[in-house]
Design a protein around this ligand. Structure first.
Ligand SMILES: [Zn+2]
Length: 293
């Protein structure tokens, strides 16, 4: 058990160090910079502003951008895109409905970009509008492939998990998925895991793990531009251990309002954010088991 954990930890560190070194080699000082754009594959880039990142795909007829993040981030994203191509942004695709990812797209809308999301995101946006949110022009119900020039972006829907309109995105010709919020490589989940439906979340992670042709991922948060697929398995294992630990306390008759503070998962202490988030993460599971959501 201990050697298995060490082996996993060591493998993860090797990959993380290799990726960070590669990134630093491409552009000195990236990790101390507030903005970074890294090319991941031919035509595939990830843009980071602070702790939030997106992906954009450069095709022969223009750019498919994803989450604009915020008005300030979107302005920086536009500058970064202009450094790699003169072609216009033709599409902006939303990963899900949360405002920490989808605001600020108006500067692309003003130049004629078409906004795309799952139709359940559109329903959220209409119910809870935001002055910095551009509503989608094009929506879809199941999986959808957005084609532009010589490339395509596959949008893969899993139903409810984190919200109910999340899509993973795969650029054509790659084994890379852009996965926002469902996985933050090498970290725990955040705080009290707002808008996560635990059982469907774990189901979706298993479906991601089972996807053919998926090898690496870009996350929606964090400094690591590209992580191995094992980051999905790492998160699923953490979630399963968290749920099992909480369920054990409930089954033992512990008062439900005292359980979260007692949960400890030593095998996951290596994850960034563990000390800050374990109680909130556990609290979310207590609510799931005791209140049905
Ligand atoms: Zn979110």
């Amino acid at each position: 058990m201990a050697s298995g954990l060490l082996c996993r930890l060591f493998s993860f560190l090797i990959v993380a160090v290799a990726l960070l070194s590669a990134q630093a080699a491409r552009s000195q000082g990236d990790l101390t910079s507030n903005v970074d754009t890294t090319q991941i594959a031919p035509g595939v880039y990830t843009f980071r502003h602070g702790f939030t990142r997106n992906m954009f795909l450069v095709t022969s007829e223009g750019v498919i951008a994803t989450d604009p993040i915020s008005p300030a981030s979107a302005r920086l994203l536009r500058q970064e895109i202009a450094k790699v191509t003169d072609l216009p942004v033709k599409y902006v695709v939303y990963s899900h409905q949360h405002w920490d990812h989808v605001l600020g797209g108006q500067i692309f809308k003003d130049k004629g970009a078409v906004f795309v999301s799952h139709n359940k995101c559109a329903a959220h946006f209409e119910r809870d509008p935001h002055p910095d949110l551009v509503l989608p022009d094009l929506t879809f119900e199941k999986n959808y492939t957005l084609e532009l020039g010589d490339r395509a972006l596959e949008l893969i829907y899993f139903g409810r998990n984190h919200g109910d309109c999340f899509v993973a995105m795969r650029p054509s010709g790659t084994s890379i998925l852009f996965i926002v919020d469902l996985v933050t490589p090498g970290r725990t989940s955040w705080a009290t895991m707002p808008d996560y439906a635990p059982i469907d979340y774990i189901r979706s992670l298993k479906e991601l793990e089972a996807l053919d042709g998926f090898e690496q991922m870009i996350a929606g948060h964090g400094l690591i531009p590209l992580a191995p697929k094992s980051a999905v398995t790492e998160r699923r294992a953490y979630m399963e251990a968290l749920m099992a630990a909480v369920k054990k306390e409930i089954d033992a008759g512990a008062p439900f309002n005292q359980i979260a503070g007692t949960i400890d998962l030593p095998e996951f202490k290596y994850l960034a954010g563990y000390d800050q988030n374990i109680k909130g993460n556990a609290e979310r599971m207590v609510y799931y088991y005791t209140m049905g959501w």
